[in-house]
Design a protein around this ligand. Structure first.
Ligand code: HEC
Length: 149
């Protein structure tokens, strides 16, 4: 092989390797960005849309959510005039890592929240998309709860 071609090949191989090395940190940044976006979406769903916080966070004496105990389990703060059929629970469990986020784990929670599985009233049956359920669970699993992080 003439030296010029050899040199050209070496340069091409070097450029390819250089390209791969350059792309990798970018890919990692995208993956990290995805995880951050997923957590943000989970937080939005839990706080603003599905409103898990309303029942699973205890309240202060003046009825406000006690955000220092976010999603750490709470007594049910309302009673319907007519109780629905079946069991009525007077407590909503801890959903953080000191509770179901760790006890149930990701798979069981995602299934529970995306397939409309029933629990006792007043827990609603949710049929979130798997993607949204995963975001909710990722957010719940980011909360240490009563455990020190
Ligand atoms: C209207 C009040 C209310 C809302 C809103 C609510 N929950 Fe619950 N949740 C409860 C109560 C009460 C229980 C206890 C029911 C039981 O033990 O079966 C419960 C139980 C659960 C359980 C355990 C179910 C079981 O079978 O033991 C999980 C998991 C859960 N909730 C997750 C969530 C998530 C995640 C959200 C938001 C997407 C949410 N909950 C929103 C009241 C609520």
């Amino acid at each position: 092989m003439p030296t010029k071609i050899k040199l050209a090949m070496i340069l091409i191989v070097a450029a390819l390797i250089g390209g791969l090395v350059a792309i990798q940190p970018g890919a990692r940044a995208v993956a990290q960005g995805d995880a951050a976006a997923q957590l943000k979406r989970g937080e939005y769903l839990v706080h603003e849309v599905a409103r898990c916080i309303d029942c699973h966070t205890p309240r202060t004496a003046d009825g406000e959510l006690d955000m220092t105990k976010l999603l750490q389990g709470a007594p049910t703060w309302f009673t319907p005039k007519i109780k629905p059929k079946g069991k009525w629970e007077d407590r909503a469990q801890d959903l953080t890592m000191s509770g179901l986020a760790s006890k149930w784990g990701e798979e069981r929670l995602v299934k529970f929240l995306s397939t409309g599985q029933k629990a006792d009233a007043p827990m609603p049956a949710y049929k979130l998309t798997v993607e949204d359920a995963k975001a909710v669970v990722a957010y719940l699993r980011s909360l240490p709860g009563k455990k020190k992080s």
